[in-house]
Design a protein around this ligand. Structure first.
Ligand code: HEM
Length: 227
């Protein structure tokens, strides 16, 4: 326990935790993006998929069992990721105060500033998104369990769709920087990874953006309509 705490207090420990929680979150956003594409198979496929997720693990676990385990794991990952990022930022700020070489740090501070602000935007977006499509609190015409219908009606508002596009754009940029730095760490052991880290990070982020953007764009273009 003490060793684990000592490791957490070190920068290396915090960076490792950021990487592990970040990989878990990236796995979720990729899986969620693929699930959203069920919208293109129609209302039965989309609503059926939502029921399938709610009943996953039943009757071994109660209904919603796996969903709640996933929600708790995601919340823990977001908390760890944000806390470690904040503490690392505080540490680097304190260190810079001692000897700040402006020219050297410009590129890095640009990337880390983007990551910090990107992270805050994504966090605010997720809060809005849950109120929009999970609880329906900020939805104009929400119907429980009619996921396909809720999504189509939600994206018929152009400002809402544009906001989602900006948010998934911020998410794609955040993932690009995050993957790039995870691949750089892995590349220390394996130069092959270093060579492909940029195209790999860019490819995955573009895939994520296109997959997420397809749904609001599909509604705005009239491809996804109410039955
Ligand atoms: C165009 C993009 C997106 C669409 C169409 C979409 C769609 C949905 C829908 C319909 C739900 C409710 C599912 C249900 O109640 O059965 C949902 C929940 C959720 N989405 Fe998204 N989503 C999008 C983007 C995102 C992004 C970018 C993130 C994360 C960064 C995200 C994270 C979540 C979370 C955490 C939940 C709550 C899951 C729960 O607790 O039940 N979504 N999404």
């Amino acid at each position: 326990m003490r060793q684990a705490l000592t490791l957490y207090r070190s920068s290396v420990g915090k960076k490792a935790l950021m990487a592990v929680s970040g990989i878990l979150l990236a796995g979720f956003v990729l899986a969620h993006m693929l699930g959203n594409l069920k919208m293109f198979q129609g209302p039965e496929a989309m609503d059926g998929y939502a029921v399938f997720l709610k009943e996953l693990g039943y009757p071994v676990l109660p209904e919603y069992g796996v969903l709640w385990i996933a929600r708790i794991a995601l919340l823990a990952a977001v908390g760890i990721h944000a806390l470690a990022a904040f503490q690392l930022w505080q540490k680097s700020r304190a260190a810079r105060g001692a000897a700040y070489r402006k020219e050297d740090s410009q590129v890095f501070s640009y990337a880390s500033r983007t990551m910090r602000w990107g992270g805050v935007i994504i966090l605010l977006f997720v809060v809005y998104h849950i109120l929009h499509f999970t609880t329906g609190t900020v939805h104009s015409d929400f119907e429980y369990a009619s996921v396909y219908r809720n999504v189509v009606i939600g994206f018929q508002s152009v400002p809402v769709s544009l906001f989602y596009l900006v948010a998934v754009g911020a998410l794609a940029l955040h993932l690009y920087h995050g993957l790039w730095s995870v691949f750089s760490t892995l590349g220390v052991q394996n130069p092959k990874v270093t060579r492909i880290r940029r195209p790999l990070a860019a490819g995955l982020s573009i895939l994520l953006f296109v997959g997420y953007a397809a749904v609001p764009v599909g509604v705005m273009a009239g491809i996804l309509t109410l039955p």
